[in-house]
Write a protein of this length. Structure first.
Ligand code: PBG
Length: 324
C-alpha cells in the first residue's frame, strides 16, 4: 500500500479556513510578547525614531500615561531602555537610587503594579564612550563591569523591577547579578539573560533609538554571528550561572540557534526581534513591497516555531491593538 500520491493528499486538510485553523501547529499570542520601550529623561516631547517608523522615545513625564495605555491594550510585559542625559565613564547613573533605570522601574510598577517590568541591564546608554562597561586601555574590563552590573541590579530590583535582563555580554554576568541580588535579599527577582547575543548589524536602528555614543563596535564582547556551537555554549553557561530564562538576539536570522538552544535546555527561551528586523519590515511595507501584517505574523510565527517561548518585538503594541 502506497502512502504517497494519489493516496496521500495533504490539501484535504487545507480546504477551508476552519480546517486550516484546526491543523495549525503554531500560535503566537499576545501573552507571550514583550514590548521594548525607550524612555528619555529631561525632554518634554515624544521623539520619533526615524530609523524605526512608529517607534518613539517616550518623555519620562509621559511614561505613566503610556504604561496605562499599554496595559489597557493588553500588554503585560515591557522591557525598559533609558536615554540618559547623565553620561560618565562608567555609567554610574544606572546604580543611583534615583537614576533613570531605577525611576523607570518605579514609575511602571507604581502606575500598573501587575505590569511585569524587565529592566535592560547594561551601560551603553549611560557611558560617554557608548561601550557596555568599564573601558580601560585594552578594551572593556570584564570583571570591573561585573561589580557595576551587580550594583545596578540591586538598585533596579529595589525599585520594583521583576526581571533583570543583562545585555552587556560580560562573562559571568548572570552569576554576579544573582549573587548581588541574593546578597541584598532580592531572591525573587528573576534574571532573563541575553545569553546568546550576537555582535549584529541588525542593531543599527537601535543606536539612534537608544542614543548611544559608540564609535567602534562590540565584537570583543558580543558573539561572532557565524558561530553555531559557541552560541549554544554561551546560553548553557548562563543556565549554569543561574539564569531563569535565556534569550537569543537577534531572532530572525538566527532561527537555527533558537532551535539548537531549545533542544539543549529546559529553561524558558526568549528571542528578540531587534530594531533592524523591525525597520526592514516597516520600510519594505511603506514602499509597498510587502504586506506588513502578514509579514509580522509570519516572522513572529517562525521565531515561535523555531522554539522560542517568549518574543520581544516592537510590533507588540500594534498586535495588542489590531490583533494578528
Ligand atoms: C544594550 C542593548 C542593545 C540592544 C538591546 N540591548 C544594543 C547593542 O547591544 O548594541 C539592541 C536592541 C535592538 O536592536 O532592538 N546592550
Amino acid at each position: 500500500m502506497s502512502s504517497v500520491y494519489p493516496v496521500s493528499r495533504p490539501r484535504r486538510l487545507r480546504r477551508t479556513p476552519a480546517l486550516r485553523s484546526l491543523f495549525q501547529e503554531t500560535e503566537v499570542q499576545l501573552s507571550s510578547l514583550v514590548l521594548p520601550i525607550f524612555v528619555e529623561e529631561e525632554v518634554s516631547d515624544y521623539v520619533p525614531v526615524s530609523a524605526m517608523p512608529g517607534v518613539v522615545r517616550i518623555p519620562e513625564a509621559r511614561l505613566a500615561f503610556e504604561i496605562e495605555r499599554y496595559a489597557k491594550a493588553g500588554i503585560q510585559f515591557v522591557m525598559t531602555f533609558g536615554i540618559s542625559h547623565h553620561l560618565d565613564e562608567a555609567g554610574s547613573d544606572t546604580w543611583h537610587e534615583n537614576g533613570l533605570v531605577a525611576r523607570m522601574a518605579r514609575i511602571c510598577k507604581e502606575t500598573v503594579p501587575e505590569m511585569i517590568v524587565m529592566s535592560d541591564t547594561c551601560f551603553c546608554e549611560y557611558t560617554t564612550h557608548g561601550h557596555c562597561g568599564v573601558v580601560h586601555d585594552n578594551g572593556v574590563d570584564n570583571d570591573a563591569t561585573l561589580v557595576n552590573l551587580g550594583r545596578q541590579a540591586v538598585v533596579v530590583a529595589r525599585a520594583g523591577a521583576d526581571f533583570i535582563a543583562p545585555s552587556a555580554a560580560m562573562d559571568g554576568q548572570v552569576q554576579a547579578i544573582r549573587a548581588a541580588l541574593d546578597g541584598a535579599g532580592f531572591t525573587d527577582t528573576a534574571i532573563m539573560a541575553y545569553s546568546t547575543k550576537f555582535a549584529s548589524a541588525f542593531y543599527g536602528p537601535f543606536r539612534e533609538a537608544g542614543g548611544t555614543a559608540l564609535k567602534g563596535n562590540r565584537k570583543s564582547y558580543q558573539m561572532n554571528p557565524m558561530n553555531r556551537r559557541e552560541a549554544i555554549r554561551e546560553s548553557l553557561l548562563d543556565e549554569q550561572e543561574g539564569a531563569d530564562a535565556l534569550m537569543v538576539k537577534p531572532a530572525g536570522a538566527f532561527l537555527d540557534t533558537i532551535r539548537d538552544i531549545r533542544e539543549a535546555t529546559h529553561l524558558p527561551l526568549a528571542a528578540y526581534q531587534v530594531s533592524g528586523e523591525y525597520a526592514m519590515i516597516k520600510f519594505a511595507a511603506a514602499a509597498g513591497a510587502i504586506d506588513e501584517r502578514q509579514i509580522v505574523r509570519e516572522t513572529l510565527g517562525a521565531i515561535k516555531r523555531a522554539g522560542a517561548d517568549i518574543i520581544l518585538s516592537y510590533f507588540a503594541m500594534d498586535i495588542a491593538e489590531q490583533g494578528f
